[in-house]
Design a protein. Structure first.
Lengths: 334, 268
């Protein structure tokens, strides 16, 4: 018996059709019925680092706050930005990610009441009728990584397609685009692929598909007519970041037509003070958390001068390939 | 350090024999058996006795960087055959309704089950769970000292609707002894996991020496701990670092360790 062989299910959704579909896929797992996912997910006496090696699945219902307003500065410049997460936690293990310090548990919570999420999306879009509203998925999880299990894009893309003023970003490091390739492309759905340079990928992105495979997935979506975006966030410092970032861009744009990219954004590594502290406690042996950092307005990041140098360099490289109007810097200092 | 917690001596006997644990004659609050990297404590029957035993031994082992725990004992079940082994995935205290979730780890093939902890023996079985008298006290206490991944409960069925062997002590030992290979496999996994956690904690003697080298404020100590843990986990030699920094001020030590840490981490 290991946690990976367990699936915790809230009694309330035990007979939900989506739960039953999930349990059929995970038929080899033992099912433990629980009242609320917080019973398993929230207790303090859990070791995230150990759990991350072998996480269990928790199937639950999200009772409120399914769709929330995005923090200031998040997004692609639109006036109305919201985010939602059909899952908590990610199957990948990126050392720079705030999810390491976010929850007590590394188990993956999967909310099955998609209809309630959809109702909130419809309601919010209706509040801003006539104006574009962006819905960002992939904040507390990877949007597509668990697609074969969750059927997330299969459900939510038609929901957004049916609302004229709704736009959605699916942020991912996965290559799970098969479901989308079976659908008619929609210009209001942007699949944003996150990339780090080769050194950062090898050292910090544990379990993430290779850069080449993700470029291939991106290209398949583009060829099928779907808009795709590029996210270089966070850029992590190491002595060869210039060469490596340049090489990454060359690798991407040798396959993908830069003019076809919907948008690109970039930002340097940063975490809130608490997330940084928690992640560093979990991984006291991790060089990323031992690098020279500063604390400013509750955010731990590289010293300003280094950060400016990194962003200016990466921006200049990116703009050699892409038009400026497609570029959206992550303006987190504002 | 792995600590076995058993209510009765007959439940502990297979473990004591298998690992050749030796009785400690220094203790009289609870019967205690010791080995190199494990201990086995006999708590007595009931969740309160079990919680007390766990707290007592945790206090005695406070110098250990990390503790792992296995509550091993017999349980009742409606239909499971006697002698079958289960890893508990959910513990329900029937008095309080409180629930606990051990986080099973490793690739063992032991089946999982929920377990209800009762205050008194009962024959009122329900189909889908086990019944015991200690697990909730065990979880309540141990989760104060260790994370859920290091706190496991293994139960061997001694009683069901058709057969009752729970009062036959030699038979209880035999039922557990017959599962000792699977139990040992689980223990080895847990020991490995515990070592992994313990390895991240710098040795306490060296930390004491470091903090005695200068007058550190609490804020400085917090920073020092982060730097010290990082450097030791990156295989810097503790003895050498201590010698290099002898006679320096608190600020000097921190600044020097910080520079080492920056240099080491720059390349990721």
């Amino acid at each position: 018996m290991s946690a990976a062989n367990l699936v915790y299910v809230e009694t309330e959704v035990r007979r939900h059709p989506r739960t039953e579909r999930l349990l059929r896929r995970m038929h080899q797992r033992d099912v433990v019925e629980i009242e609320h996912y917080g019973e398993v997910f929230n207790p303090r006496s859990q070791n995230f680092r150990l759990q991350k090696k072998n996480p269990a699945i928790i199937i639950a219902r999200k009772n409120k706050g399914q769709v929330l307003e995005a923090p200031p500065g998040y997004g692609l410049g639109g006036d109305h930005n919201y985010y939602f997460s059909h899952m908590l936690n990610c199957m990948y293990d990126c050392r720079y990610c705030f999810l390491q310090g976010m929850y007590q548990s590394a188990h993956q919570v999967l909310f099955v009441n998609y209809e309630d999420f959809a109702a909130q999306i419809q309601q919010i879009a209706a509040q801003h009728a006539g104006e574009p509203v962006w819905f960002y998925s992939g904040y507390d999880c990877d949007s597509l990584a668990n697609e074969p299990m969750t059927g997330f894009s299969e459900y939510f893309i038609p929901v957004v397609a049916a609302i004229d003023n709704a736009w959605m970003e699916l942020r991912t490091k996965s290559t799970q685009v098969r479901a989308m390739l079976k659908m008619e492309p929609l210009q209001r759905i942007v699949t944003a692929f996150s990339f780090s340079d080769g050194v950062s990928h090898a050292r910090l992105e544990h379990g993430v598909p290779s850069i080449a495979k993700r470029i291939d997935a991106m290209q398949r979506l583009l060829q099928a007519g779907w808009p795709v975006g590029l996210r270089f966030d966070p850029v992590v410092y190491h002595p060869n970041y210039r060469t490596e970032f340049t090489a990454l861009l060359e690798q991407i744009f040798s396959v993908v037509d830069a003019d076809a990219i919907h948008s690109a954004s970039l930002g340097s590594f940063r975490l809130t003070r608490n997330h940084f502290r928690d992640a560093a406690r979990l991984y006291p042996d991790e060089p990323l958390f031992a690098q020279r950092m500063t604390l400013e307005n509750g955010i731990v990041s590289y010293p300003r001068e280094l950060e400016r140098e990194m962003i200016e360099f990466c921006e200049a490289q990116l703009l050699q390939h892409m038009p400026r109007h497609s570029y959206h810097p992550c303006a987190w200092h504002d | 350090m792995l600590i076995w917690v058993c209510a009765l001596h007959c439940e502990a006997k297979p473990v004591i024999d298998y690992y050749r644990l030796k009785k400690s004659h220094d203790d009289n609050a609870f019967d205690l058996y010791l080995g190199d990297d494990m201990a086995c404590i006999i708590s007595g029957i009931g969740k309160v006795a079990c919680a007390a035993a766990c707290a007592w031994i945790a206090a005695r082992q406070a110098q250990q960087p990390s503790l792992a725990w296995i509550n091993l004992g017999v349980a009742g079940a409606a239909e499971h055959s006697t002698g079958s082994l289960f890893s508990v995935t959910q513990v329900i205290d029937t008095d309080t309704g409180q629930r606990f979730y051990p986080a099973p780890f490793g690739a063992s093939k032991i089946a999982g089950s929920a377990c209800e902890t009762l205050s008194a023996p009962s024959d009122d079985y329900r189909e889908d769970r086990l019944f015991d008298m200690e697990a909730s006290g065990f979880m309540y206490s141990c989760l104060r000292f260790s994370s859920a991944e290091l706190v496991q409960s293994l139960k061997v069925i001694s009683d069901n609707r058709h057969e009752k062997t729970g009062n036959n002590r030699p038979q209880v030992s035999l039922l557990i002894q017959q599962q000792i290979s699977a139990i040992d496999a689980q223990a080895q996994t847990l020991l490995q996991l515990n070592e992994e956690v313990a390895a991240l904690v710098p040795a306490s003697a060296e930390w004491q020496r470091l903090t005695a080298m200068a007058r550190f404020t609490q804020t400085q100590k917090n920073r020092l701990r982060v730097l010290w843990r990082y450097l030791l986990n990156r295989n810097f030699d503790a003895e050498q670092l201590l010698q290099q920094h002898a006679g320096q001020t608190a600020d000097g030590i921190i600044e020097s360790l910080q520079q080492l840490s920056y240099q080491d981490s720059e390349s990721l």
